[in-house]
Design a protein around this ligand. Structure first.
Ligand code: GLC
Length: 409
């Protein structure tokens, strides 16, 4: 597949999955790409940011609309929901198969990894559109301030998620212990999640109380690495404005806390911290590598991650890297056990993050291989949700939006 064919394939998906109209519940116009027409027909927060980044290569106007639609869902207190149910008629079917934490009928009450300022920055770089930037800035400042004020109760710079879906890596084995997962299956996961949801019922919407309840309180490495990325983008977008320093300082603080509290020198990996007492969840997953997205990650840590984990065929260097869980883990599941996701297969979005990160740290060849192998997966079986890390076979949803990120790799 050459570039043209890849673009044609991506364009096809982004156009097919495009949803446009006026919502009957708030009268707002929407125009966004849904992750999958069959499985995920609404607007998801981080998917939407990835779609916008892919669209930069195809249709800048649509990239702006994608972000404008997402930002129109921000609440007055700054919070941005992880799902906006624009087309409510599709909701009953979706909620019959999934559970979502909600306090209003039309949006979720939970977040997703805060990549949005980076997506807006990329669109601004590509268009120079000041009006777009100026309209985005108050929403972005509101959201990143909300994260700091609502999700960092111990004020250490690390924000916490209240349930696994907030980190976007839903069934990752790193949460098994916290969730008290009894059965290793998607049903087991949903059953464990239902218990958390039930306990949250009287607290939903009051995140300080939810976090104080200490039921699922995870300072997640992937989320915080992306938080740093977003904060840096926001500071750059702010340029000479006085607020730029506020967000840069927060990024420094989060970076320092990741290194001081989440880095495990013995394992040579980053671990999430669970609970108010910050117990490390010592399970290596793709998230353990995510601090590589920070350009100023100290060199010895970069080398350790690359040498110990990324390039070892026992761990992440499978024929189609990078698997969501290292092949060495007893819980590694390379196939597709009925929606029990993030437990083995390779995903294009994490490959997008990590190929760019590795290139910036000077590992051009590794990055090239990750890109070439990602493309090979797409050539073999189309734009799928995720891929088998030994064979490259496509798995999960078909015509999946964020796999078009290949255009930006
Ligand atoms: C799954 C993924 C999540 C993604 C959503 C929509 O729940 O785990 O990261 O945002 O699907 O694609």
């Amino acid at each position: 597949m050459d570039r043209q064919e890849l673009e044609a394939g991506a364009r096809n998906i982004l156009l097919t999955n495009l949803r446009q109209g006026v919502a009957d519940w708030n009268g707002k116009e929407y125009s966004f790409v849904c992750p999958s027409l069959t499985g995920y027909p609404f607007q998801w927060f981080w998917d939407s940011c990835f779609h916008a980044i892919a669209l930069i290569h195809l249709d800048l106007e649509q990239a702006k609309k994608e972000m404008t639609t997402l930002m129109s869902g921000a609440l007055p207190d700054g919070f941005m929901p992880h799902i906006i149910f624009w087309e409510m008629e599709k909701q009953p079917d979706f909620l019959a198969r999934n559970i979502v934490g909600m306090t209003t009928p039309n949006t979720s009450a939970t977040m997703q990894p805060p990549i949005i300022a980076y997506a807006v920055e990329r669109i601004y770089q590509a268009t120079g559109d000041e009006e777009f930037k100026n309209a985005a800035l108050p929403v972005l400042m509101g959201f990143y301030r909300w994260l700091r004020q609502m999700r960092d109760p111990d004020n250490d710079g690390l924000i916490a998620v209240i349930q696994p879906e907030e980190a976007g890596t839903d069934c990752s084995p790193k949460y098994d212990e916290v969730l008290g997962l009894e059965e290793l299956s998607n049903q087991g996961f949903i059953a464990a999640l239902r218990k958390v949801y039930a306990a949250y019922e009287p607290l939903r919407g009051d995140d300080h109380r939810v976090l104080a309840a200490d039921l699922f309180h995870v300072e997640d490495v992937l989320v915080n690495s992306i938080y740093v990325m977003g904060l840096r983008s926001l500071a750059r977008l702010l340029g000479d404005a006085p607020e730029a320093a506020e967000f840069n300082l927060e990024a420094d603080k989060t970076r320092d806390a990741l290194i001081a509290k989440c880095w495990d020198e013995e394992a040579g990996a980053f671990f999430d911290l669970s609970g108010v007492d910050e117990k490390p969840l010592k399970v290596v997953t793709i998230s353990s590598l995510m601090p590589l997205v920070m350009e100023d990650l100290p060199r010895p840590i970069v080398e350790r991650l690359v040498d110990t984990w990324v390039t070892d065929p026992k761990h992440f260097w499978t024929p189609y890297p990078l698997p969501s869980v290292p092949a060495s883990d007893p819980k590694f599941m390379p196939g597709n056990p009925r929606g029990f996701i993030w437990r083995g297969p390779s995903w294009i979005n994490t490959n997008w993050f990590l190929s760019h990160a590795l290139r910036r740290h000077g590992y051009g060849e590794l990055a090239d291989t990750i890109v070439a192998k990602s493309q090979e997966c797409i050539e073999k079986s189309g734009f799928r949700e995720y891929y088998e890390p030994f064979t490259g076979e496509g798995l999960g949803a078909r015509d999946f939006g964020w796999s078009t990120l290949i255009l930006d790799m």
